[in-house]
Design a protein around this ligand. Structure first.
Ligand SMILES: Nc1ncnc2c1ncn2[C@@H]1O[C@H](COP(=O)(O)OP(=O)(O)OP(=O)(O)O)[C@@H](O)[C@H]1O
Length: 313
């Protein structure tokens, strides 16, 4: 089956175990044409596994997946789909002893390269140099050009902005937005909430291999997308700071942490009953989102890495 009306990505009950280790379990979702879809989760959540399944690089333990209406477990259908897909892996590797230009020539011959020159202007790299001498940022930029120069219907990207400096990241987000305006679809994984928030229409949150949330970014953040941290001269019980719009209040070492909707009137109103010694308001990080949904952060080191990165942004 393959036709223009098929959703670019369609996944049902997709499951992958590596022996006893769960990669992903029972993933079911559809990405619609023209969407920018963010696949968000901490390290080890299963993002790369899902992407590698979609690209036919791994065989599912169970379930089905199709790209642009083609079954990814069928070799011929997969090959057909891939001509319309741009793939940006997380660990970009090229044969080391070739120049950047030769890498692009190779992919150009396979799939086309009508946007090559324009993309190279936006994501410049030292084309005549061997890719083994590239910095990681240049490697990533070369991979962006290679993934997009044939103007793919669907782009699938595994943490595409890692290693890119902020200006290049912006250029990249603009590229996704232009694609969207032209009705093209982009799917990318990330563990950085701020970028998902900036460009994505919908987001799927994956944790421990399972999809735990699938909604628009606005809806996911509606209740707890803003974090206010306050220190008061008084010592009211945390419940005293619960008012409409507050999703959660935690108290630690005399500091109150409120996850709330972006409506400040009620907050200011309530705080006016106390003496505010310190106050900070910021956007929620991915860790805050997990805290909000589950009452706790993920275990292990993964989330602390994420928090550090996220709060730097
Ligand atoms: N080849 C493999 N063999 C065994 N286990 C694996 C393999 N690849 C991934 N896993 C395990 O599957 C789970 C999901 O890993 P995956 O790489 O898909 O997560 P991720 O969300 O992409 O993480 P990251 O953000 O760190 O790239 C983890 O527990 C990981 O250890």
């Amino acid at each position: 089956m393959s036709n223009a009306d098929s959703p670019p990505i369609d996944i049902e009950s997709l499951t992958k175990y590596y022996g006893d280790v769960r990669g992903v379990e029972a993933l079911t979702f559809t990405v619609e044409r023209g969407e920018i879809f963010g696949f968000l989760g901490p390290n080890g959540a299963g993002k790369s596994t899902a992407i590698r399944l979609l690209l036919g690089l791994l065989k599912p333990t169970e379930g089905v997946a199709s790209l642009l209406g083609r079954d990814v477990t069928d070799r011929n259908e997969l090959r057909d789909a891939k001509r319309h897909v741009g793939y940006l892996p997380s660990d970009v590797t090229f044969y080391d002893r070739v120049t950047g230009a030769a890498v692009l020539d190779h992919f150009g011959r396979l799939r086309g390269d009508e946007r090559r020159d324009e993309l190279l202007e936006r994501f410049p790299v030292p084309l005549d140099r061997n890719v083994n001498a590239y910095s990681s940022g240049n490697r990533q930029k070369l991979a962006v050009v290679a993934a997009f120069m044939h103007e793919p219907e669907l782009a699938i990207m595994d943490e595409p902005t890692s290693g890119l400096d902020p200006l290049v990241q912006n250029e990249f987000y603009e590229l996704l937005e232009e694609r969207q305006a032209a009705g093209r679809t982009s799917f990318f994984s990330s563990h950085v909430l701020s970028e998902v928030r900036r460009v994505c229409d919908r987001v799927g949150i994956i944790r421990n291999g399972r999809l735990i949330e699938l909604d628009t970014v606005e809806n996911i953040l509606a209740a707890g997308g803003t974090i206010a941290t306050v220190r008061l001269a008084e010592d009211p019980p945390a419940a005293a700071l619960e008012f409409p719009g507050v999703a959660r209040v935690d108290r630690q070492d005399g500091t109150y942490r409120l996850a709330l909707a972006r409506e400040f009137d009620a907050l200011i109103d309530r705080l006016s009953e106390y003496t505010v010694l310190e106050m900070e308001v910021r956007e929620a990080s991915i860790e805050d989102v997990f805290m909000h949904f589950y009452g706790e952060t993920d275990d292990g080191t993964a989330d602390s890495e994420v928090t550090e990165e996220d709060t730097r942004r």
